[in-house]
Design a protein around this ligand. Structure first.
Ligand code: F6P
Ligand code: MN
Length: 366
């Protein structure tokens, strides 16, 4: 990541500069939607930073017979994050509907369902199994066009391939809260500055580039015996290091929080894999196409990396269902190219070749 760029302004004005040349109405709508998302993430960051104290406050209030802030503190943090994002999107005039990882069906905006220009998909709190351990978590979001303006959108309107995204990003709640964003014009990073009276998103970098070469990979190695052959081969070669065919040593990392994992790759390169596996035949894939894979793929590609399911670019996949899951391999281009070539090698895995993006497994239920 190029960190030499000095900060240049707050979110709204930085986006105004960034979107120059775009139709002014289209740019303004996108800015307003992104600001609504960013505003929700400030509040999610507040909630996340309270951690166990939120429960302690709620317990104290319950004992004292007081109702707690918004009556929300007994909810799990991922539900709170979901509510905060929904409330913010409901107030944005350009958002026609949104779909959250937490809900089976999309939610149509009461006020703007027909006229809004955007559909928003989000994972309110990615990596939420890490909350109790106080390890970094994040929010992932994607902005799609509402193609049939004048009609309230339904689930079918969200079935768009990732390359249709107008914008995508994530917010990482780590030691610092950061928002990494693309409007298809490269990748920007904003930091949440809490030093003033009100927290503000400040531009920290306007040209993130992922290192093309890397010696670092991230995968949940406990699933190794369930992987398909191309992944077995890739990881075995990395682990063999200096004495294997790659003739160099690799490092491995696994946070179990995709946002943290992708941010590390943005910062110093690397490759992230959550491949298909045979652990649960009814659920061969882990990550959601619309809420996780597609937005991360757009960010990675905009930063010069590559994102694939092994045989197809993630951005080309058209979802069948709102919660469809896919294999995800993304990061430094050279390594992803190599993994794709292993999938294309007929000696590696005949079944994979035959079925390409179609699975031998039963497709998971939505
Ligand atoms: O949302 C899914 C997720 O939490 C990702 O953030 C993360 O990469 C993955 O699941 C971790 O999976 P596992 O628990 O199998 O390591
Ligand atoms: Mn997630």
């Amino acid at each position: 990541m190029n960190n030499t760029t000095p900060p240049r302004g707050l979110l709204d004005e930085a986006l105004q500069c960034h979107l120059i040349g775009m139709d002014p109405d289209v740019a303004q709508a996108l800015r307003e939607t992104l600001c609504a998302i960013a505003q929700a993430c400030v509040r999610i960051s507040d909630a996340a930073s309270l951690g166990m104290l939120a429960d302690a406050d709620a317990d104290a209030d319950a004992l004292a017979g007081r109702s707690h802030v918004q009556g929300e503190s007994h909810k799990r943090l991922d539900q709170i994050a979901d509510d905060l994002m929904a409330a913010s999107l409901a107030g944005c005039r350009h958002v026609a509907a949104w779909a959250s990882e937490e809900h089976e069906q999309p939610h149509v905006s009461h006020a703007h369902g027909a006229q809004g220009a955007h559909l928003v998909v989000f994972d309110p709190l990615d990596g939420s199994s890490n909350i109790e351990a106080n390890i970094s978590i994040g929010t992932i979001f994607s902005v799609l066009p509402h193609r049939y303006r004048g009609m309230a959108p339904g689930a079918a309107d969200f079935m768009q391939p990732g390359h249709q995204q107008l914008a995508a990003g994530y917010v990482l709640y780590g030691p610092a809260t950061l928002m990494v964003l693309t409007c298809r014009r490269g990748v920007l990073v904003f930091g949440l500055d809490r030093r003033g009276a009100a927290p503000q998103w400040v531009l920290a970098c306007d040209d993130v580039r992922i290192a093309e070469h890397t010696r670092e990979f991230a995968i949940n190695a406990s699933n190794q015996r369930f992987w398909e052959k191309p992944i077995q081969r890739y990881v075995a070669e990395c682990v063999a290091g200096d004495s294997g065919p790659r003739m160099k040593d690799f490092n491995m990392r696994w946070v179990a929080s995709m946002v943290a994992e992708v941010h590390r790759i943005m910062t110093r390169g690397g490759v992230f894999l959550y491949p298909r596996d045979t652990r649960e035949p009814r659920r061969p894939d882990r990550l959601r196409l619309l809420a996780e894979a597609a937005p991360m793929a757009l960010l990675v590609e905009q930063a010069g990396g590559r994102a694939t399911n092994g045989t197809s670019d993630l951005l080309d996949l058209v979802p069948d269902t709102l919660h469809q899951r896919v294999p995800v391999i993304l990061g430094s281009k050279d390594e992803v190219d190599r993994i794709v070539s292993y999938h294309a090698d007929p000696s590696e895995n005949v079944s994979w070749q035959l079925f390409k993006t179609r699975s031998l497994f039963v497709q998971p239920q939505a």
